[in-house]
Design a protein around this ligand. Structure first.
Ligand SMILES: [Zn+2]
Length: 155
């Protein structure tokens, strides 16, 4: 059992922002978005030269509001989502993933998370606050299938 592609590469400063945002959100789940470049050479076989596959490199993190204000579910505030999308595109990249916290369960997608995973090209990161030391893990979720991707904390 290997990891799915791509490896998510997150700067330590971004990792710390993500974890702090999750802790700040307690007792509710917290959420946010990741931006980064898209792969240049792989068009996914469509032949149009365009790719929607992230390289895995994270160049910006957006800390967003959980519109559900819930300890069990999350929805990224829609205005903040659009704002982050525009900002990421202005920087020449795209939104490539989302993170949210699990306050009392493992860093693994719930059945609700799988059902709501609408972007097959995105990286879905989970931060578990179940134990004193937060745990971040990341996944691709495609057609209801969960595949873990490796996370590399850089810098
Ligand atoms: Zn969840």
């Amino acid at each position: 059992m290997g990891f799915a592609t791509p490896t998510m590469r997150l700067a330590r400063a971004h990792y710390e922002l993500v974890v702090a945002h999750c802790l700040d959100g307690l007792p509710d789940e917290a959420c946010g978005l990741f931006a980064g470049p898209l792969a240049q050479n792989d068009d996914g076989g469509r032949g149009d030269g365009l790719s929607t596959e992230p390289t895995g490199e994270i160049t910006a993190v957006y800390l967003t509001t959980n519109a559900d204000a819930s300890a069990r579910t999350y929805t990224v505030d829609s205005r903040e989502l659009i704002k982050a999308m525009r900002d990421a595109e202005k920087a020449g990249g795209a939104l490539v993933g989302v993170f949210h916290s699990h306050t009392h369960t493992d860093a693994y997608p719930s059945s609700t998370d799988v059902r709501q995973a609408t972007y097959p090209e995105w990286i879905y990161a989970l931060v578990s606050l179940k134990h004193p030391e937060p745990v971040l893990r990341a996944y691709r979720i495609r057609d209801g299938e969960i595949a873990e991707v490796a996370v590399e904390i850089t810098g």
